[in-house]
Design a protein around this ligand. Sequence first.
Ligand code: NAD
Ligand code: WQD
Length: 342
Amino acid sequence: MRTLLTGGAGYIGSHTAIAMIEAGHEVAVVDNYYNSSPEAIRRVEQITGKKIALYEADSADKDRMREILAKERPDCIIHFAGLKAVGESVAKPVEYYRNNIDTTLTLLECMKELGLTNFVFSSSATVYGEDNIPPFTETMPKGACTNPYGWTKWMQEQILRDAAFASEKEDSKLSVVLLRYFNPVGAHESGLIGEDPQGIPNNLMPYISQVAVRRRDHLTVFGDDYDTPDGTCRRDYIHVMDLAEGHVAAAEYAVNNKGTEVFNLGTGNPYSVLDMVKAFSNACGHPVKYEIGPRRAGDVQDSWANADKAKEVLGWEAKRGIDEICRDAWNWQSHNPNGYDK
Ligand code: NAD
Ligand code: WQD
């Protein structure tokens, strides 16, 4: 299968490129490097020994995307490109709505013009909102999101669903797979690629990694007064290579089906913030320093997946646990303390 990954130089896209190639598929990547570096793709080529067609382009640019898609004619588009920082989305909502929604609309328009039909979308567990109680199942109603980033995912899911429904009456029937990721963490086992956030990390695992490598003094744990066994919030941390392999299964499903299908990509196992600190301390061989701070606005207490549907329909399930997650995150961070910036 020929695949085209928008945002393919980013964290999840670069790992997915490896999994796709290892499964025998071809990969082309489009990225504007807003939050990434072409170095990530160079390393994917090093790991896989395969050449990747790499296009520097904005996925919202219709002329460029029409040209690239006409040349590549992918069997499946996997749409990772998007802005993803929750806090920044509150400060810059218009930029988030513009970039995230425009990229999806542009791709849908180009696909229609070119008769391309299969689409996999990077959605998020954030669409379950605050009112559903975990474990989250795909049949639960989407909830109210707590930030503009979450709403962009919520809206893109709706746009894609509507487009697939309308296409049922057309010659080119769309196949849309919406993947709701839980908390992607870890890195490729080689230590050559991994998460490389710019500035101070917003997310737990990159923050812990930077404390472990002594780039930051300590982690602040956002609240220890939640109604959980150790008082800290619980999440479903999924190894990025498990997530990547989930995309292979999803793309293969997309090319063989029509309509819209939604899958959680999670492990089904919740871990607390302090569980992750402990597991990382074991992996790196010294204690990760932390202090307890106040709760972070907008955090939900608990979020984890019911991952049964992906197992039953896609034949996919996460195989790696938190020890592998921390081992691989540490391997990446300790060999690349400044990320791709040498
Ligand atoms: P990332 O920032 O590492 O990757 C996104 C990539 O898209 C970057 O390389 C960026 O340069 C590129 N990009 C952004 N706008 C673009 C545009 N208009 N045209 C071309 N390229 C553009 O983020 P990631 O963690 O790899 O996330 C990938 C996708 O998964 C995103 O859509 C994100 O919202 C979604 N997601 C991520 C998480 C997570 O915790 N990492 C969780 C749920 C969903
Ligand atoms: C995990 C836990 C924090 C940092 C976010 C987005 C979500 C999705 C994944 C894209 C929480 C605690 C964190 C720190 C801490 N992204 N924490 N100290 O908030 O579950 O999900 O990323 O779709 O939409 O909201 O992930 O890694 O930020 O936090 O104590 O310095 O770690 O309170 O309990 P989150 P996270």
